[in-house]
Design a protein around this ligand. Structure first.
Ligand SMILES: Nc1ncnc2c1ncn2[C@@H]1O[C@H](COP(=O)(O)OP(=O)(O)OP(=O)(O)O)[C@@H](O)[C@H]1O
Length: 376
């Protein structure tokens, strides 16, 4: 079932929770609503569900205008963060609930309900827990049951509000993969809310990035990562290093540090350069492309990588910079906590001070310490 939102807005009193926004969701797509707390994700999800009315605009499911249609008639499945299972009912009865309360004419027979519940419990791989009560389940199991319950009425749209928010990191990851494969198998259209960028990037076909009640950008995870269209999206997708750049004749400067633009670039103005932590090379001396001196203040192994925290040396940055390397790379470089190093970006994104919101992507030839043809 495709979903089309046209001109949807919502105010709570004087507060504009959603500015008029448009969103087209394809049939069978999995859409992640990502944004900081208060950006309007849950409000938008509740409006799609029919749990909240919009102040303006139209909602279509396929060709059907559902703007005025009651939540019960919209045929959506809903999963909340806090499971919302009925405590006094067994797992099987919880899953059967949506079917049992159907109007008599539409309700399947008792035998059909039993069959469907059994199948759903198999799908969520919890058939053996059918006679347990919610309090006898782990958080991850409860959330799978909540999903089975939401799917029992065979909705064409599944809406999930921070479905894995209350679970620990490992269970979250398992359930994410599991939800994605269930989605691919059953082919319903899903919209889920999250403030976890990894979750949004891993699960979604497209991510809708929200801030202050409007949509900042909609794109596939890969495109969002390679072409963030605003500083907000860049910041929100995490871990960027910021170089406040003042244009001085042929290069960007900040204190004693400088960066020379790639040859073909003609961005001769002040601005801000954003550099991702894994797009930095380090060396024990500067070169003609970059003179970005740092003190290494911390080296933290995180799984297969080591994260370096770098304090600018002789220039200013609001925050420490971060660089990521494999253990092997780092050994080759022979770096120690406390040493001074020079960073050279491979790629950076330039936001001009003149206010244009989309950045220019800058790409330099990759310089390794041994191949610095133009060391200074
Ligand atoms: N019923 C309500 N009455 C008044 N204000 C509300 C109501 N529901 C939401 N808001 C406000 O609207 C804004 C958007 O809320 P919403 O829950 O949609 O944000 P969110 O992006 O889902 O945030 P979170 O990640 O914290 O859940 C918030 O500032 C919130 O305080």
């Amino acid at each position: 079932m495709s979903i089309r939102l046209t001109n949807i807005s919502k105010k709570f009193g004087q507060f504009q929770a959603l500015s008029p926004l448009n969103l087209d969701i394809q049939e069978g797509e999995m859409i992640g609503l990502l944004g900081p707390s208060g950006s309007g994700k849950t409000t938008l999800l509740r409006i799609i569900a029919g749990l909240e009315g919009a102040d303006s605009g139209q909602i279509q499911f396929g060709n059907r205008d559902v703007t005025q249609v009651h939540v019960r008639e919209r045929r959506v499945g809903f999963v909340f963060q806090n499971y919302a299972l009925f405590r006094h009912m067994t797992v099987a009865d919880n899953v059967a609930f949506g079917l049992e309360v159907m109007p008599k004419k539409q309700r399947p027979s008792a035998a059909e309900i039993h069959k469907r519940v059994t199948q759903l419990l198999e799908t969520v791989q919890l058939g053996h827990l059918a006679q347990r009560y919610p309090e006898q389940l782990s958080g991850g199991q409860k959330q799978r049951i909540a999903l089975a319950r939401a799917l029992a009425t065979q909705p064409e749209v599944l809406l999930l509000d921070e479905p894995f928010g209350a679970l620990d990191a490992k269970v979250r990851k398992e359930l994410r993969r599991w939800l994605r494969s269930l989605h691919d198998e059953l082919k319903f259209t899903s919209v889920f809310v999250t403030h976890d960028q990894d979750e949004a990037l891993e699960l979604s076909d497209r991510v809708v990035v929200m801030s202050n009640g409007h949509i900042e950008q909609i794109n596939t995870p890969a495109e969002l990562y390679s072409h963030p269209n605003s500083r907000f999206v860049f910041d929100f997708l995490g871990n960027v290093n910021v170089f406040e750049a003042s244009w001085q004749q042929k290069r960007w400067e900040n204190g004693q540090a400088f960066l020379t633009p790639p040859e073909q670039q003609t961005l001769q103005q002040d601005g801000v350069l954003y550099v991702r932590s894994h797009e930095l090379a380090l060396s024990n001396k500067p070169n003609s492309q970059a003179n970005l001196p740092f003190n290494i203040v911390a080296m933290t192994p995180i799984g297969a990588e080591v994260r370096l925290e770098l304090a600018p040396h002789g220039w200013h940055s609001e925050e420490l910079w971060e660089a990521k390397f494999t253990h092997h790379n780092l050994q080759e470089l022979g770096l120690q906590k406390g040493s001074v190093v020079y960073a050279t970006p491979r790629t950076a994104y330039f936001f001009g001070a003149q206010g244009e919101s989309s950045p220019t992507r800058l790409s330099w030839p990759f310089l390794t310490p041994g191949s610095l043809a133009f060391d200074i």
